[in-house]
Design a protein around this ligand. Structure first.
Ligand code: BGC
Length: 357
C-alpha cells in the first residue's frame, strides 16, 4: 500500500516537473483539447467551456472534435497537437483503448496527458483523470427507480428494462455497475422483472450512445414483449444517459405512451432535449454533471502542472487504466427532476429559459 502511494507520488511529481520544463521553453503555452464528437450537446459544451476557461487563464487552445465519433480522426488530431507544440493534452476519448500508440509519442516528448471525463485505457502516458463520480451517477439512477417504485416496501413485481451506453466507453462499467448495485438485488429476488431477459451490460449496451440505436433496440423490445399503454405494463426504464433516453422516449411515444402513463425513465447530462422531455412529462429525471465545474477542475490541473506543482486529486484508488491507478479528481453529480430545473439549470446560468422551451 505504502509502495503504491510512493510510486504514485513520484509519478505525479515527475509529470509536474516534466511539464514545468516544457513551460520554461515557451512563451504562451498551447494546450491541446480533444473531444469525441459534436453530435452530442454535452461535448460541445465541454469543448466551449474548456476553451473559454483555458484562454481566460492565459493559454492558447487547440480544440478539436473527432468528427462524429471517428477514431482515426481523433488519433490524427492528437498527432497534430503533439507535432504542433501542445504542452499538455486534455483528451475525452471516443474509444478508451484506441489511443495507446499515439500517446507513446506524447510520452516520448514529455507531454502530460489528462483524461477528460472518460478514462483512457492501456496507456502509461496518462498522468491524471478528471471526471464525475461515475459509479454515483448510476447509483443515483438506480436509487431514483427504487424510491419511485417504493421497492423497499411495495410487493411488486414491477417490469423494468435496461439501457446503457457504448461498450468502448469505460464509464459504462461504472454507470451500469452503480445502477445495478441498487437494482440487481430486486431483479434477483423477482421484485423487478426484465421481461426482454436482456439483463447483462453487453445486452443493454448502445453503440456510440446513439439515440437511433437505442430507439431501434427499444422498438424491438416493445414489439417482442408487447409493452404498451393497453398491453404489458412497463414500470421503469433505466437509461444511463440522455441520448439513449431520447431514443427510448421516441419508441415509447410511437407506441402510444403519453405523460399520463409514461414509465419512470432515467437519464444523465440534462441535455436540452431531455430537459424539454422532463417538462413535458416524458422523462422523469436526469443526472446533472455541470460541465463548467469539470472544465474548471481541469484548468486547475493544468495550472498546477504549469507551476511545477502537483494537481489536487480526490481519488487514488478507483480508476486503474490497465497500467496502474490514475490519480483522479471526481466531481459530484446531482439528480434533477422537473421541480429542480429552475434552480439547478436556469438560476445557475447553465441554460436560459428559451434554451429549454
Ligand atoms: C459521458 C456521458 C455522456 C456519454 C455519451 C459518457 O462518457 O460521461 O456524460 O452522456 O459519454 O456521450
Amino acid at each position: 500500500m505504502k509502495k503504491t502511494v510512493l510510486v504514485m507520488a513520484v509519478f505525479c511529481m515527475s509529470a509536474a516537473m516534466i511539464f514545468a520544463r516544457g513551460v520554461q521553453d515557451s512563451g504562451k503555452i498551447k494546450i491541446g483539447v480533444s473531444m469525441p464528437t459534436q453530435s452530442l450537446q454535452r461535448w460541445n459544451q465541454d469543448g466551449a467551456n474548456m476553451k473559454k476557461q483555458l484562454e481566460a487563464a492565459g493559454y492558447t487552445v487547440d480544440l478539436q472534435y473527432g468528427g462524429d465519433n471517428d477514431i482515426p480522426t481523433q488519433v490524427a488530431q492528437i498527432e497534430n497537437m503533439i507535432t504542433g507544440g501542445a504542452k499538455v493534452l486534455v483528451i475525452a476519448a471516443i474509444d478508451g483503448s484506441s489511443l495507446t500508440e499515439v500517446l507513446k509519442e506524447a510520452k516520448a516528448k514529455n507531454i502530460p496527458v489528462i483524461a477528460y471525463d472518460r478514462l483512457i485505457m492501456n496507456s502509461d502516458a496518462v498522468n491524471y483523470y478528471a471526471s464525475f463520480d461515475n459509479f454515483k451517477v448510476g447509483a443515483l439512477q438506480g436509487a431514483y427507480i427504487e424510491s419511485k417504485l417504493n421497492l423497499k416496501s411495495a410487493a411488486g413485481p414491477f417490469n423494468i428494462e435496461l439501457v446503457t451506453g457504448a461498450p468502448d466507453d469505460n464509464n459504462v462499467n461504472f454507470f451500469f455497475g452503480g445502477a445495478m448495485s441498487i437494482l440487481k438485488p430486486y431483479i434477483d429476488s423477482g421484485k423487478l422483472v426484465v421481461l426482454s431477459k436482456q439483463t447483462t451490460q453487453t445486452q443493454a449496451s448502445t453503440p456510440n450512445w446513439s439515440t437511433e440505436e437505442a430507439q431501434k433496440r427499444f422498438e424491438n423490445i416493445i414489439t417482442s414483449v408487447k409493452y404498451g399503454p393497453n398491453g404489458t405494463k412497463l414500470d421503469a426504464v433505466l437509461c444511463s444517459n440522455d441520448s439513449t433516453a431520447n431514443g427510448v422516449t421516441n419508441a415509447l411515444v410511437n407506441a402510444g405512451y403519453t405523460k399520463d402513463n409514461f414509465p419512470i425513465l432515467t437519464g444523465q447530462d440534462c441535455d436540452k432535449p431531455s430537459v424539454k422531455n422532463m417538462n413535458a412529462g416524458l422523462q422523469a429525471m436526469s443526472v446533472f454533471k455541470d460541465t463548467r465545474t469539470l472544465a474548471a477542475k481541469v484548468v486547475e490541473m493544468v495550472n498546477a502542472l504549469a507551476k511545477g506543482t502537483q494537481p489536487t486529486v480526490n481519488d487514488t484508488k478507483t480508476y486503474n487504466n490497465g497500467t496502474g491507478i490514475i490519480p483522479s479528481f471526481l466531481c459530484d453529480p446531482i439528480v434533477v427532476e422537473p421541480k429542480d430545473i429552475q434552480a439547478a439549470l436556469i438560476d445557475s446560468g447553465y441554460y436560459t429559459l428559451s434554451d429549454i422551451q
